[in-house]
Design a binder for this molecule. Sequence first.
Ligand code: AMP
Ligand code: ZN
Length: 469
Amino acid sequence: MKIYNTLTKKKEEFVPLEPGKVKMYVCGPTVYNLIHIGNARPMIVFDTVRRYMEHKGYEVNYVSNFTDVDDKIIKKAIEEGVEASVISQRYIEECKKDMAALNVKPATTHPLATEEICGMEEMIRTLIDKGHAYVAEDGTVYFRTRSFKEYGKLSHKNLDDLEGGKRSLLVSGEDQKEDPLDFVLWKPKKDGEPYWDAPWCKGRPGWHIECSVMSKKYLGDEIDIHAGGEDLVFPHHENEIAQSEAANGKTFARYWMHNAFLNIDNKKMSKSAGNFFTVRDITEKYDPQVLRFFMLSAHYRSPLNFSADLMDAAKNGLERIVTAVSNLKFLLSNAGDFAATEEEQKLLEEAKGYVGKFDEAMDDDFNTADAISAIFELVKFANTYANGERSKAFIQALIDEIKELSDICGLIVEKEEGLLDADIEKLIEERQAARKAKNFARADEIRGELLEKGIILEDTREGVKWKRA
Ligand code: AMP
Ligand code: ZN
């Protein structure tokens, strides 16, 4: 399995630190609003990486944080006149709902920055003791960037070029830094802000230290994969490396993976630019599975431009797979109860070729675009050969293959048995209309139909209520 490593700018063979295990950290969202579909891209992409690794037999310890203390959260809390934690808790819950809708598996651990302050203080103290950090007069703690000789290795930036760009910052009250390149580890509180009583001052952590500490606590000093959107390469991940490696004296992460942007009109979708759609906006119009399919229809390192046309194409693509599975299930009910024939076995061998193609695409730096093409080829193959005198074993094997590959992509391609809520409501409305028209026979028929499908109706004074048996 090859992974493109931002650190080396090369595709490298994946070799885990510990055989059979993967330690993976994915930077999560800052929770001050509903997530937009740009934020959903890393969630979907790295969930698919995780699923593929699990499929390959790895045990994946997947950690993804929520940044729950931040200027934007505090601003929103002040606007609403509530505690910052009310805002962050609200949007963590909402984010988890979106993730579930997109079939993103919950992480092994979802740490919250505000619950890890002790660890942050500890790492900052280590950095001060080792001479990698210093306390300014007002209690701000800075990382001494030049003390970490490899600074710039991830973003391939040169310290002197960086310094040129940072000089102008000196004007804006940053003159207590020893060097314009230094960055904040701990900052003093302002009025009305949440704070913790640290030895340096009452205040709160800088953003970068959070991930270094949460990764260390839940995965250890050295991890296999650290991931996030490409906007995080610099300065966030560069600073994380400096902090973690300076404090722990070990290589922080072996593979650095970054997804390209989800764009709109070829510009990065972002809250600050105002050019965003939330996951909720989109899932009002499309099945969340269509959004997931859309995200995976491009390679994760290619920019992806959001458009209604591409969403419609994604809808058609997904439907092609769903329809094939549903047809196969119909054929299954009529197929013969005998073992797969010799011809069928040969065909199944051929079908394995598409599974091979799928794996090959995924092994090549998780090329989901090509992997989905392999699913399409398998679907076409199944559509061609499933008709006629077939055994149940053969049809079932085709269904299993399609479902297995789709599941690795986190795509649900099997329609749920039974009625959806909307269908039930529609039948209840029809029953009410029938009763009004004194067509009691039809009304009873609908009640019976629903009961057969496990839906119990109850006529109450407030109207008809229903529940699943
Ligand atoms: P944030 O809440 O801005 O820290 O973002 C959370 C995650 O979403 C990070 O991994 C970002 O890199 C990623 N992200 C934000 N905007 C986009 C975008 N337009 N396209 C892809 N990834 C994004
Ligand atoms: Zn991070």
